[in-house]
Every structure is written in C-alpha cells, then in structure tokens.
Design a protein around this ligand. Structure first.
Ligand code: FEO
Ligand code: CA
Ligand code: CA
Ligand code: CA
Length: 562
C-alpha cells in the first residue's frame, strides 16, 4: 500500500491557492466553438494528451495497431477512459501510479465488427475493459509512461479476484462450474482510500450477459437489467456470460460491486467488497466519519435508482492494524430525501422487518440492494452519477438526467428531466449519522444554453479550496461537445475550463498532490468514427480516434481551477 504517500489531491492544504475572491480566476472558454476537432481550453491553461487506448504499458508490449489482438490488448492501455486516481510514489508530485478505469468500448470501435466471430475477438474486447495501473513520470514538462515499470499492470475481465465481506463464499455467487471469481467490467467512476488503495466501480454489467438458449429472467435479475440481450456477444464464445448456461447460473451475481485494488502491489488480487452492496455502481467517494470510521458514498446510475452510503463499524486505522479491511464490516444505508430539505439514511439490514421478510440473510440483501432499497422506501433519483465530499463536509452528487420522470418530487424537481441537477447534503453526525439536510447546488440547463449553463453533469470533484469541477456527458449525439466547468461553491459562479472534441464525453478527475497537474479524460472521441475525428491524432478521415487522458496545467504553474 501507499499509505501516507500523497494519498489524493483532497489531502492538500486548504487555502494554498489564490485568495478566496479569485477562487476561479481564469478566463472562461466562451460559448462559441470552432469545429469540434480540437480541445478548446482557457487561455491561462495548456494541455497534453497521453496514455491513449492501446499505449503499450511496458517497452516489451506490442505497439498499437487497430484492431488489437487479445494478447496485445492485455499488455496495452484499455479503452473507455473514465474514473481515475493519481497515487504519488514520492514527494516530488512528478512520479506516481495512475489507476485508470476503462468503462466500455463498443464492438465496432474495438474490433471493427458489430459482433465477435472468434474467441480471440471476445478476449480482445474483454481485455479492453477493466483497469490500467500505469507508472507515469513528468520529465521536462511532459508526462510519460515509465517504460520498464514493475508496477504497471492491466486488470481486466479475466483477471483473478477475490470477494470479501458478507457475500464471500455464499451459495448465490457459487457456480456449478466451480470457476474462480474472475474480472471486473464497465468500470465507471472510482474512489480512493486514505490507506492508499483504489476503488473501481462496476456499472452496467448487465449489457455483457447474453443467452444462447431460452432464458427468462427472474424478478431479481430483471431489476438489474439482465434480460439476455447483450451488447457485446461475449456469451457466444465464453459461457461465463451465457445466462442460460446452468453451469454459470450465478456468474452475473459476481458483478455490480466496488472492487478494491492496491496499486503499488501487483501481486495482490483485487477484492470485491461486498459490504458496499451490489448495484450499478457509479462512484465510491470516501469520507472519514466520526471516530475515524470509513464512510463511502455511492450512487446507482439508472433512472429511479438510489444514493447509498456504507459506514464501517470501527476506526479504519484500528481495523487495518488488526489485519482486517475497513470496508468489510459495517452498515449499508440508502437515502430518503424528504420534502422539507431533510433526509434519512435507511439501514439495509435484517433488523428492518420488510427486509427480514423478503431475504434469508444479509448477503442476499447486499446482492439485491436495489430491491431492498425499494422495500424500505428510499427516494428514486434522477440517475446518480459521481459524488464528491468538499472540505466542509458537504457531499455533492450529480443527477445527470431522467427523461422517463413523469412526476416531480422535491429532490428531483423536473419532470421530465433532460438536463439534470447537482444535489448537496450534509450529514447530521459527521458522515456516520442517520439523518441529513440537503439542497440543490445547481439545477442544470441545456449544455450551452447560456455562458453559464451546463447539462447532464457527470464527473465531479470538490477540491480542498471550495471549487467544484464538473464534467458533462450529454448531447454528444446532437454534435455538441462536452465540457469541464469549474464552480465556485460559495458564489455559485460557473467557469468553462475546457471543451472536448465532437462525440466525446469529458470524464475522470484527479490531480497530483500539489494540484499543479489535473488529469481529465476524453472518452469515446467521435464515438469511435474516424470520419468525425481522429483525435488525439491529426484528422485524416481514417485514423481511428482513441480515448486518452489530458494532463492540464496552468501556464503560470498555479493551482488547477484557479
Ligand atoms: Fe458510466 Fe453512469 O456513467
Ligand atoms: Ca458517468
Ligand atoms: Ca453519464
Ligand atoms: Ca458515461
């Protein structure tokens, strides 16, 4: 573990930047845009692109070639860059491990075909998903991959893992095939712990499961979208992803978790932390609660799903000293937002009579967290995406949109809701309480309706000075590029820091500990179509665009966002 070494930017000293009346002092990118083929960034800033999809992780790995073979892709950076964390390896702030999620890549983008026709194509697609841990260093003002790192590694759909917590070893995650727990996928947003580990979140796992024979989902499978209709066609060659194969009948229960990765220890298997519940996890925002207890705020990104928090039983330092994980023993709560701007955290435990009646044990409750949350009366939300906790303890959550909402409520005030909102709450007892107060930080609008508007907020990071970095994921299919906006949480002022290329989503936020470099991702530029863009390569109409990371700096070396 990297305990104590530059855990995350949020640990940096508050007040290290410009005075508070100039918290966000850069000149915002105006609402007029050029051709959508270039990143547009504020005048005071510059960026470089690095670690694109297909970048070899080590000097011995195959060079990028499209479409990738399965074996090449397993040694290269994956696609679908999303949540990420920079873990410093020394005090310089110039050298560290970038743990980077690879959320998804469509078959046409990755393989050049709609449906795989060989097992090698299935494996190539599987290896394009998951997580990369990449040793990087800034040398002469450029960020580069350290060529012969012993720490860089790929974690993908076929990487061996373990599960811990109440669901470990349960009959409902055991298959007649006897296969080990393998892989993570649709790794969307993320989190990090103060003990130096990375949390990667499994979101839309249902899209990877198909059915080769007749298949009728149970009520519990249907609630998680497991209909047998696959976007990827893996099940044709890999029986793990065939819902109709009785030998793998519980494979889908092994996905939809938060997975903990020790980035500095390649020998350590990733661990699925079942105490945090199974749903379509978007992000896992760590907060240290009263008495040192680990708290993780989490969203379930689907229309009418919920916001959760896990509260550990004990001080995380004592738990670690006792040789246990702070993420294994605790209570999972789900949020109810009441009309009077108060709310209640409802525990998902067998002490709730409705849950005792519906489920056999705590493991079942965690496996079916969505159903449990409905039973206890949680508030269905407008697609919870990222959550971030600010320096004064306020938590912010992006509710990206909900075109299906027909009845508004206090927390989700627009029906339908095409543009989303950012909700904010403060726990009544330093993150471990059972009640909270809440309001809306921002009700969003169409993406560029005005100089001050943004729509479909998604990626989110509250920095230690009171800025809120907001990434958008909306309207790409109307040709409107997404953006990164910096908000001053005191004044509410919004300033556009950068605008992406056509077809891309801007996502993922992490900084070096000194906050002089901000890393942010360009996901699915041109939606994979070289006729739209070849980004980050120069446009030629035929070079396939590649997801990549931007390293963003102030030209004067100042703190990012200022
Ligand atoms: Fe993976 Fe909800 O975005
Ligand atoms: Ca997202
Ligand atoms: Ca989104
Ligand atoms: Ca997305």
């Amino acid at each position: 573990m990297l305990a104590g070494l530059g855990f995350l930017a949020g640990c940096a000293t508050r007040g290290a930047s410009a005075s508070s009346d100039q918290l966000v002092g850069f000149t915002p990118v105006p609402r007029t845009f050029p051709d959508g083929k270039h990143i547009v960034i504020a005048n005071e800033y510059e960026y470089e692109t690095f670690v694109p999809w297909g970048e070899p992780l080590t000097s011995g790995a195959p060079a990028w070639q499209w479409p990738p073979s399965a074996s090449a892709q397993a040694q290269q950076v994956g696609i679908g860059h999303d949540g990420m964390t920079f873990f410093a390896l020394d005090d310089s702030g110039q050298h560290g491990l970038l743990a980077l999620n690879h959320e998804y890549g469509s078959n046409p983008a990755v393989l050049g075909v709609d449906t795989p026709t060989t097992l090698d194509q299935v494996r190539a697609s599987q290896h394009a998903h998951g997580v990369s841990v990449i040793e990087i260093r800034q040398t002469n003002g450029r960020w580069e991959v350290v060529a012969d790192s012993r720490l860089s590694r790929r974690i993908h759909v076929n990487t061996e893992m373990t599960m811990s917590g109440p669901v470990e070893g349960h009959a409902l995650i055991t298959n007649p095939a006897g296969n080990p727990i393998l892989g993570t996928l649709n790794n969307c947003a993320n989190g990090q712990t103060p003990w130096g580990t990375y949390l990667t979140c499994e979101e839309n796992f249902n899209f990877y499961f198909g059915a080769n024979s007749a298949f009728e989902p149970t009520e519990r499978q249907a609630r998680y979208g497991l209909t047998g209709a696959s976007f990827y066609g893996w099940h044709t060659f890999d029986p793990r992803f065939d819902l109709s194969d009785p030998d793998y009948k519980n494979e889908s229960n092994r996905f939809g978790w938060v997975v903990e990765i020790d980035p500095a220890n390649p020998a350590e298997k990733p661990v699925k932390r079942s105490a945090l519940g199974r749903f379509k996890h978007e992000s896992a925002a760590f907060a240290e609660g009263r008495d040192g207890r680990a708290v993780v705020y989490m969203g379930d990104d689907q229309q009418f799903e919920f916001i959760y928090k896990f509260v550990a039983n004990d001080d995380w330092r004592q738990t670690l000293s006792a040789g246990k994980s702070p993420l294994d023993e605790g209570v999972l709560y789900v949020a109810r937002f009441d009309d009077d701007n108060t709310g209640v955290w409802l525990p998902l435990t067998l002490e709730q009579p409705k849950l005792a009646a519906a489920f056999d044990d705590q493991a079942e409750i965690l496996l079916q967290a969505r159903l449990a949350a409905t039973l206890v009366g949680a508030t269905p939300m407008d697609r919870p995406e990222w959550i971030s906790v600010g320096p004064d303890g306020d938590a912010f959550c992006t509710l990206t949109n909900n075109t299906q909402r027909s009845v508004a409520d206090a927390a989700n005030p627009n029906a339908p809701n095409p543009y989303g909102q950012i909700i904010r709450w403060r726990d009544a007892n330093q993150h471990v309480g059972t009640t909270f107060t809440w309001d809306h930080f921002l009700i969003c609008d169409d993406i560029y309706q005005t100089e001050q508007s943004l729509g479909s907020p998604d990626g989110l990071w509250a920095d230690p000075d009171g800025r809120l970095f907001i990434c958008t994921d909306g309207r790409q299919f109307e040709g409107k590029p997404d953006q990164l906006v910096v908000a001053d949480t005191t004044t509410g002022q919004l300033s556009r820091l950068l605008v992406g290329v056509t077809g891309c989503e801007i996502t993922g936020l992490t900084t070096t500990p000194d906050r002089r470099t901000l890393f942010v991702n360009v996901q699915h530029p041109g939606n994979g179509d070289p006729a739209v863009t070849s980004f980050p390569a120069a446009d030629d109409g035929k070079t396939v665009p590649r997801d990549c990371t931007l390293a963003v700096r102030r030209k004067d070396g100042g703190i990012v966002g200022s």
